[in-house]
Design a binder for this molecule. Structure first.
Ligand code: UDP
Ligand code: MG
Length: 349
């Protein structure tokens, strides 16, 4: 089973409380599909027992499991990218580890992909999030859709399926800040959306605060469009015309009414409004420049500490390796990762 039909990529950050429940549902759901699959679990620098649990799980199902251990917390999307690089399936499905996306729904996505679509997005039926969260994301969604022309009814749902050509293209991208469903959408030729069930988070807490949600949406807009910059220029033109009008008005009043001191506070108000606008514009410019800065430094986006893998595929350079500078030891990883009879020396990268 060298190239499975299906790869399932799951990013994991401090999910020890829910992992057992996830595995108990995910493996049966995938086995029930009756197709070849691989499960790629990425530990995004968890500080709890998640990493140890993943390597234990690798030893339970080494035939279909691959574990990528990152050496720090790089965020959900970087973790998924690391997973993509180690995936080889024709269909790649991303899934959250918290069981908010029921693993049993993967079959629906696979069926849709087999109909010939190259991108299957999802819409959550009866979203199990707070009302505020639902309202906020609907608003953000609409705004983002207008700016970026990326059509995603429900951008928050990560249970999505992508064709191999999309994954290969994503693997060639080097974006530092990105949002995978949107990035994938820009490469999709034949996208479709389906409805999937949504459940409450099984255990633990959401890893996203309100601040990081706002950041994410900002990233989405500035990462996929320069329209906000054009809006700024437009606003600049309007303001310039407005102040020209004001100047003429004041001039006329000077000649008609003579010298007057009223209106000083109006001028203050206008000045502060302009100052605010300028600061906002600077901030927005900075946002783009910050991105350029991060991008030109071209640092590695994430560091892989170890990969637990039994098979040899194009995704990984070695069949099962644990890097030398690994600060955290993964018990049994080296022996478990080596295929029986494989060379024992000269193979560690
Ligand atoms: N996650 C991650 N790195 C992070 C934050 C989150 O890998 O820095 C994973 C997390 O373990 C989960 C998924 O991304 O599998 C979605 O996170 P979460 O459920 O907290 O987000 P929400 O559902 O609230 O949007
Ligand atoms: Mg969640």
């Amino acid at each position: 089973m060298n190239q499975p039909e299906l790869s399932v990529v799951v990013p994991i950050f401090n999910e020890e409380a829910g992992l057992a429940a996830l595995f108990a549902r995910l493996y049966p759901a995938l086995d029930a599909l009756g197709t070849s699959y691989e499960l790629i679990l990425i530990n995004d620098g968890s500080r709890d027992k998640s990493a140890a649990m993943l390597s234990a799980q690798f030893r339970v199902r080494p035939d279909v499991t691959r574990v990528v251990l990152l050496n720090g917390n790089y965020g959900q999307h970087m973790a998924i990218l690391a997973g993509f690089e180690h995936s080889s399936g024709e269909i790649v499905v991303t899934l959250d580890a918290d069981l908010q996306n029921p693993p049993e729904e993967i079959g629906k996505l696979v069926a849709k992909m087999r109909e010939g679509y190259d991108y299957v997005g999802t819409i959550r039926q009866q979203r199990q999030d707070s009302l505020f969260r639902r309202k906020a994301s609907r608003m953000m969604n609409r705004l983002r859709e207008r700016i970026t022309h990326i059509k995603m009814t429900d951008q928050g749902c990560m249970l999505r399926a992508y064709n191999r050509h999309i994954i290969d293209t994503i693997n060639r991208c080097n974006e530092v800040n990105t949002f995978i469903p949107a990035l994938a959408y820009t490469f999709a030729q034949n996208p479709v959306e389906i409805e999937v069930a949504h459940e409450e988070r099984y255990a633990g807490e959401s890893k996203y605060s309100l601040y990081s949600l706002i950041r994410l949406n900002f990233d989405l807009v500035t990462g996929f469009s320069v329209v906000p910059l054009q809006w700024l220029s437009f606003m600049g033109i309007l303001l310039a015309m407005g102040s020209a009008g004001l100047f003429v008005l004041l001039l006329v009043r000077r000649f008609v009414l003579g010298a007057e001191v009223q209106g000083v506070f109006t001028l203050f108000a206008i000045t502060f409004f302009l100052l605010g606008t300028i600061l906002f514009a600077l901030g927005l410019l900075g946002e783009y420049i910050g991105r350029i800065y991060q991008q030109v430094r071209a640092r590695p986006r994430y560091l892989v500490q170890a990969v637990l893998d039994q098979r040899e595929t194009p995704g990984s350079t070695q069949a099962g390796y644990v890097s030398l500078n690994s600060p955290v030891s993964v018990p049994g990883a080296v022996s478990a990762a080596r295929p029986p009879g494989a060379a024992q020396d000269g193979e560690t990268p």
